[in-house]
Design a protein. Structure first.
Length: 344
């Protein structure tokens, strides 16, 4: 008597055996690097979840090890890591965490970098210079990232450096809501939006449209051979008796912003308010930003700010709700662009 073979009929149309179909539910996992854990906790909380338990260890030699303490196989993995100082340590930690996630079989890996590292090195200003922003994108990709999410990139062209989707978010709605809520009717009537240099005119123009305020532009000259040195040449637009809102993507040492504010006050501006997304605040920014020419500074918390970098007149707005909403859109295959009405 011929022995029966154990066979399973295959559903040819689907390529799988009936009865063996396992429905897999999409699973969102949020992990935190060591740069800004408070922001990561806020993002996870806004998403209604908790950060994945992660072991972070630095050996005596300075080498870094990270290990996820639960399975992340098949998940949609979001690594939240900002890049304040020391930027190189956080960059290396990010690469190691990406490698760990890739080897742990995460299905899709997204780097959520509110402040993109080396973003100002987006082109060659002189011969024999690197394009470090492109190098960072290559490192992310090689380490295992499938997608990158960032807020207010210093140059939009950085989106093209990464070989995969890049979600470029804008902090403008967060900042704009603050000013619409806090500016008095008198201030709104006298408001002028100011671009601190010609490179930020497009962004300042969108602010001008949103607030229904005129636009002024500061023409500055920077010596390519001397870091953080700026000379203000002239102001294009009338600022006399106006409340000037200076908008920029970041404040590093504060040299550009302070000189711009001083020029505005010298030209008769009544008040100068500074709005920026990324508060890098390298020394001596804190001292400079307390200059009498500046009446108020408003930033977001894309970069952690310790007590030593806080001062009277500084307002810090939370960016976590914006990041959480973008993560939710990506996870649910929704539209990130719709968050900004289809435009910046």
């Amino acid at each position: 008597m011929a022995r029966k073979k154990n066979t399973v009929d295959l559903d040819v149309s689907r390529g799988i055996a009936p009865g063996l179909v396992a429905k897999t539910k999409k699973r969102l996992v949020v992990a935190s690097g060591g740069s800004h854990p408070a922001l990561s906790v806020d993002v996870a909380s806004a998403l209604g979840t908790e950060l994945v338990p992660t072991e972070h260890r630095t050996f005596a030699s300075g080498e870094i090890l990270t290990r996820f303490e639960v399975s992340i196989r098949g998940c949609d993995f979001f690594l939240v890591q900002s890049f304040g100082p020391p930027v190189n340590e956080w960059l290396m930690e990010t690469l190691i965490m990406l490698d760990a996630a890739k080897r742990a079989s995460a299905k899709r890996i997204t780097v959520v970098a509110p402040y993109y590292p080396y973003s100002r090195q987006d082109k060659k200003g002189r011969g024999r210079e690197p394009i470090s922003a492109r190098l960072v994108a290559d490192l992310f990709k090689t380490a295992g990232a499938d997608r990158v999410m960032s807020v207010d990139l210093h140059a939009a062209q950085i989106q093209g450096f990464f070989d995969g989707p890049v979600d470029h978010l804008f902090a403008k709605p967060v900042l704009l809501e603050h000013f619409e809520r806090t500016l008095s009717a008198d201030d709104r009537a006298k408001l002028t939006v100011v671009s601190p240099d010609t490179g930020r005119v497009r962004v300042a123009d969108t602010w001008s449209d949103s607030l229904g305020a005129p636009l002024a532009i500061i023409h500055k000259r920077r010596d390519p051979n001397v870091a953080n040195q700026v000379t203000v040449n002239e102001i294009v637009g009338d600022v006399r008796g106006r409340v000037c809102l200076l908008v920029d993507d970041m404040i590093d040492t504060g040299g550009t912003i302070v000189k711009a504010a001083q020029a505005l006050k010298s030209s008769g501006a009544e008040r100068v308010i500074v709005a920026a997304t990324h508060a890098v605040f390298s020394h001596p920014a804190v001292d400079r930003l307390q200059d009498p020419a500046i009446d108020e500074v408003v930033v977001t918390d894309t970069i952690p700010l310790g007590e030593d970098k806080r001062f009277p007149g500084l307002t810090i707005l939370p960016i976590a709700p914006l990041l959480a909403r973008a993560i939710k859109e990506v996870f649910e295959d929704g539209s990130v662009t719709s968050m900004f009405d289809g435009a910046a």
